[in-house]
Design a protein around this ligand. Structure first.
Ligand code: NDP
Length: 320
């Protein structure tokens, strides 16, 4: 029996290919000497795509008219034009749920590093300054008594809220719609920013959330304000953030994601009140394996039963 053909445009966690072994013919496109030739020759055979970091838009899909499923690695799928896929009858899946705790842990670590200047303090020790007899200066900020505004109280946002509660930090949130939760809802992001002193960003990226956190929002957050971004770099106007950090319009920022990553705004690299991580929110071996397994599960379920496990909302009209 001929196996269905699945395209993997770029390298992915090895558990994806392992989970598909025996269930399909997998084209590892980046290993092909003539990738365009392969796409042209196999255009009517490739029925699904296992997508890692590749940008997939309508033009990409037009080259592959037999594709019916894109199984994307990660919960954020802003590299994939899910609306263009739906227009072409292509379902998109992501990997929700299996990374919530990991990303929430990273967000907490980043928050503590930022408010207590922990990475600066460690550099101080490594530079021998503590051994020279001078203690690290007291940090102007503490976590205690703070109020956190969560921009995007979804799966990960809720896991972060669960974690900050025992720290005595109160929580409010802004989504497009109110949820049935114990936390105060703000229909306006600007009003939320004005009422909190930590802004925790956990919304999806993409055009609809681009630069939602702008100069006005940062000004409303105020001089004690801390911005933590574990969502997507595009959600913040990065130049406005740099200006706010430089002029002490806000106190500090902890960032796991950047507008043009892996390039980081050069000023962020020199600003002492920014803590910077290289997009490691979900980056542990167990969690990345769980995400890879869910990609393979989605593909296998689709190939054998015709339905995916975790479609994104844009795909729901196709599955009704
Ligand atoms: P969810 O879909 O569960 O939650 C997203 C929340 O954002 C929802 O509550 C939604 O509420 C809200 N939201 C969406 N759009 C807007 C908007 N325009 N304005 C205000 N609120 C909005 O997603 P997850 O919690 O699973 O993941 C969130 C994001 O975190 C991902 O999309 C991804 O980009 C990022 N992420 C980053 C990682 C990292 O490594 N740093 C790892 C994993 C995820 P409503 O619909 O009511 O607006």
């Amino acid at each position: 029996m001929e196996l269905p053909v699945v395209l993997m445009p770029g390298p992915m966690n090895a558990a994806v290919a392992a989970g598909l072994d025996g269930h399909c013919e997998l084209i590892r496109l980046w290993e092909e000497p003539d990738p365009d030739g392969v796409l042209a020759r196999r255009r009517d055979e490739i029925v699904a795509i296992a997508a890692g970091g590749t940008v997939i838009d309508g033009a990409y899909l037009d080259r592959l008219p037999a594709v019916r499923l894109i199984a994307s690695f990660g919960v954020g799928y802003d590299r994939i034009d899910a609306a263009a896929a739906a227009e072409r009858g292509v379902v998109v899946t992501n990997t929700p749920g299996v990374l919530d705790d990991e990303v929430a842990d990273t967000a907490m670590g980043l928050l503590l590093m930022t408010v207590r200047e922990l990475s600066r303090a460690e550099r101080y020790l490594r530079d021998g300054k503590w051994a020279d007899g001078t203690p690290y200066p007291l940090t102007p900020a503490t976590l205690h008594g703070r109020r956190m505004g969560i921009l995007g109280l979804g799966r990960i946002g809720q896991a972060i809220a669960d974690r900050v509660k025992p720290f005595g930090v109160s929580v409010a949130y802004h989504n497009r719609s109110q949820k049935d939760v114990e936390y105060e809802y703000y229909p306006s992001l600007l009003e939320l920013a004005a009422d909190v002193d930590i802004l925790m960003i956990v919304i999806p990226g993409g055009d609809s959330t681009r630069h939602l956190v702008n100069a006005e929002v940062l000004k409303a957050l105020g001089p004690d304000g801390i911005v933590i971004n574990v969502a997507r770099g595009t959600v913040i106007d990065e130049q406005a953030l740099v200006d706010a950090l430089r002029t002490n319009t806000i106190l500090s920022a902890g960032l796991d994601v950047f507008e043009h990553e892996p390039k980081v705004h050069p000023d962020l690299l020199t600003l002492p009140n920014a803590v910077l991580l290289p997009h490691v929110g979900s980056a542990t071996q167990p969690t990345r394996t769980a995400m890879a397994n869910l990609v393979a599960d989605n593909l296998r379920h689709y190939l054998t039963k015709g339905t995916p496990l975790t479609p994104v909302p844009e795909s729901s009209p196709l599955l009704a």
